[in-house]
Design a protein around this ligand. Sequence first.
Ligand code: FE2
Length: 410
Amino acid sequence: MTNNAVHAGTTLTEQESQAGLDLRQLQELVGLVDYDPSTDPFPVTGWDSIVFVVGNATMTAHYYQSVWGMELVAYAGPETGNRDHKAFVLRSGSIRFVIKGAVAPDSPLIAHHAKHGDGVVDIGLEVPDVDVCIAQAKRAGATILAEPYEVSDEFGTVRLAAIATYGETRHTLVQRVVNGVRYAGPHVPGYVPRTSGFVKREGSPKRLFQALDHVVGNVELGKMDEWVEFYNKVMGFVNMAEFVGDDIATDYSALMSKVVANGNHRVKFPLNEPAIAKKRSQIDEYLDFYAGPGAQHLALATNDILQTVDALRLEGVEFLDTPDAYYDDPELRARIGHVRVPIEELKTRKILVDRDEDGYLLQIFTKPLGDRPTVFFEIIERHGSLGFGKGNFKALFESIEREQDKRGNL
Ligand SMILES: [Fe+2]
């Protein structure tokens, strides 16, 4: 069977082609499925770029290169006519991060950063037709933050619009093919191509991750179903099977979670809300320190989680701990069955395993990336499973609670 037969209606995005990925690999990495966009009221091709606002973009951009193995591809800032802020575009596989930090003392980014700390301000989505999406968003009652508009430079034209999602987070919709011509620049008009003098260590992997799997949103108590409905009604996203909204609880804290996905499943949004338990939920801690709803974690897909975790640890990235008892539990061993590496290899690296009827996944979570206990990353290696590690939630949450307690927030 050819790749095209597997995914008759789903083709590689430009970013995936550039990254040298193929459809079979993406099916394995992020659970990409075939679907028919012609009946989709709000067709979404996939992720465009994830925009972070941080306190110091210059240093953060260096961190993502030196520690996370990302590659600098574009830049905007005072030298290119943007006197308000600096913005660095970094790439790994098909993932694109834009790291923004204020330059002008009156930049609107300063107020955003003062309130939320380092975080994700924009989850950009690539769409084939911005106007179709905005018309649908209006019909469904979404808040339109920017009506469709075009920007051009010597590389061509991009058509953009934006809608509001939870908190002060937005979805910029990016149409990269306008009048049949694909924009040829490194990001969007206003950005110039830029590489960096940073040289990777000898022997370090080509890249540490290939694709973005999911972005989790934390919302207030009682709001999860509203946001699930938003993604269903406004964006035509479908509910994924795993979560039915049961409490996921430890002895202390609890949360509820449901997952929505776009038609081809490239874009997956788990949505969490706190649930009532003996002590304060980890979601409450996030909401307090982010000062409202926002993006909680980004799951980065890799085809070699052992290599990725080893490389990140070498650079000093801190992961949540998993007690040895997790790996020695006979029930776990029986449940997960055969995985591609010996359990001991996972145990030494504290990598978690989960299995469902479709296959298994390996995953691990970093500690919060910045100063506030808010945004963090997950590293995920999927082998058929389309889940999110539900079987690991208890072990994982106990680990999160130990950290929360150290911060005095449990
Ligand atoms: Fe996750």
